[in-house]
Design a protein around this ligand. Structure first.
Ligand code: AMP
Ligand code: MG
Length: 412
């Protein structure tokens, strides 16, 4: 056991090899879901000019008595109009639309319903010569002042923010056509093995469909990466070499392969990796997924994940996901919960990440295993809310024991 590498040390050692990727500019709509690379400073206030929040009359609040004040209507200001030149003098008012600029001299808006000269929106009504205002208003009423939402010079969004629809709207309001974001990590994915066939092909005896190429692709995309799936590499030196060369040609930030790295077995994959790169074949104190190859191929960071479909997903989760998040400038939001074992659990003394469902019981989370922990039983990953961690050195866990669980999805 002592020659096995600790999971946390392995992960930390890997993560230290990576740095956040550089920035690129993308059009505003392409920014959705991307990570902002720089702080965004407002070059103008929003609103940038004081404007009316109602259809009504712009007035001088001090002119208005408690009831029925007659004012002379001297201007008609539509939304989109330039700042009016005509100043509102005592005893005067201007008809004004929602969003239209407040004229000089006026300090409040009276909604049209509180006057004797309302109009129906969308209908042209001749400008009245006079308007009677039924009550009084406070100075500032129904005026959206300059900078009510955003002040000029304010840091509106900070670097590292993931752009959601609200941020996209704010950036548009600021007039930004393009946005600086962190480049997406590019991940090239290779499945290896003579037994593999491509989805859509007929199943033949002894063959299995390539599941890993797809689950690893999807996991990468969920981490914000751009994934490239290469054709299946057959168990010949020539084919495997050709596939890895093809992966390198895509200039990815990370190359992932699955299968062919089992410790102790000869495999063409290992031969090719040793030719093309500097690879460590690690035995990690981990179940599922003990064998892990890690290094570089033609200078590109490389992970050789185990072939068993669950092992491939779990090792991605533990070793690759943190790397893709770091490259992409995304916070590692992995959550660990303390849970109660809902049943007795046997382990083999390696650090085990067991697929479990979580259920709330009072103020506790209770973990129940998904059933068989075979690393080929991929449907267990559909059922699993979390990976329950059985620490190294432990072989039996009694029901009711408190354990750590690494969440695979949010639970409530
Ligand atoms: P290996 O690491 O090559 O010994 O493979 C371990 C197990 O994983 C074998 O049962 C393989 O058939 C299976 N396996 C390998 N690659 C894949 C794949 N891409 N999709 C599904 N199963 C796979
Ligand atoms: Mg194989």
């Amino acid at each position: 056991m002592s020659d096995l590498m600790n999971v946390d040390l392995a992960s930390a050692r890997i993560l230290a090899d990576f740095e956040r990727l550089s920035a690129e500019g993308v059009s505003l709509l392409d920014g959705l879901g991307r990570v902002l690379a720089e702080d965004i400073i407002a070059y103008h206030a929003i609103p940038s000019f004081a404007n009316s929040s109602m259809d009504g009359y712009a007035v001088r609040a001090a002119d208005l008595g408690a009831t029925n004040t007659l004012l002379r209507v001297v201007d008609d200001i539509a939304a989109g109009a330039p700042i009016p030149q005509r100043r509102i003098a005592p005893g005067e008012a201007a008809r004004i639309m929602t969003g239209a600029p407040i004229p000089h001299g006026a300090d409040a808006v009276v909604p049209m319903e509180q006057t004797d000269q309302p109009w129906r929106s969308g209908e042209h009504t001749a400008l009245p010569a006079y308007v009677t205002i039924k009550g009084s208003v406070k100075a500032g009423a129904f005026i959206r002042p300059v900078g009510e939402d955003i002040k000029a010079g304010q840091v509106v969004l900070t670097a590292g923010t993931v752009l959601t629809p609200a941020e996209i709207g704010v950036l548009a309001a600021l007039g930004m056509a393009a946005v600086p974001v962190i480049r997406r990590p590019r991940v090239a994915i290779i499945s290896t093995g003579d037994e593999l066939i491509e989805v859509g092909e007929p199943l033949s005896p002894g063959k299995i469909y390539d599941a890993n190429g797809y689950s690893l692709y999807a996991l990468s995309v969920v981490c914000g990466a751009e994934a490239i799936r290469l054709p299946i590499a057959r168990d010949t030196l020539d084919d495997t070499r050709a596939r890895f060369r093809e992966a390198v040609e895509h200039r990815p930030d990370v190359i992932l392969s699955s299968a062919g790295v089992s410790v102790g077995t000869f495999d063409v994959v290992k031969t090719v990796l040793n030719e093309m790169g500097k690879i460590g074949f690690w035995k990690v104190n981990l179940r599922p997924g003990k064998p892990l190859a890690y290094g570089t191929i033609s200078g590109i960071p490389f992970f050789g994940l185990p072939g068993n479909p669950v092992s491939a997903m779990v090792t991605f989760e533990l070793f690759v996901r943190p790397v893709l998040l770091k490259l992409g400038g995304r916070p590692d939001d992995t959550q660990t919960l303390r849970v109660t074992a809902g049943e007795a659990i046997q382990s083999d003394g390696r650090r085990s990440y067991l697929r479990a469902m979580l259920r709330r019981d009072g103020d506790q989370w209770v973990a129940t295993l998904t059933g068989t922990q075979s690393s080929g039983a991929l449907t267990s990953m559909i059922l699993a809310d979390a990976l329950v961690i059985i620490p190294e050195g432990i072989t039996t866990v009694a029901a009711g024991t408190m354990l750590d669980a690494r969440l695979l999805r949010p639970v409530r």
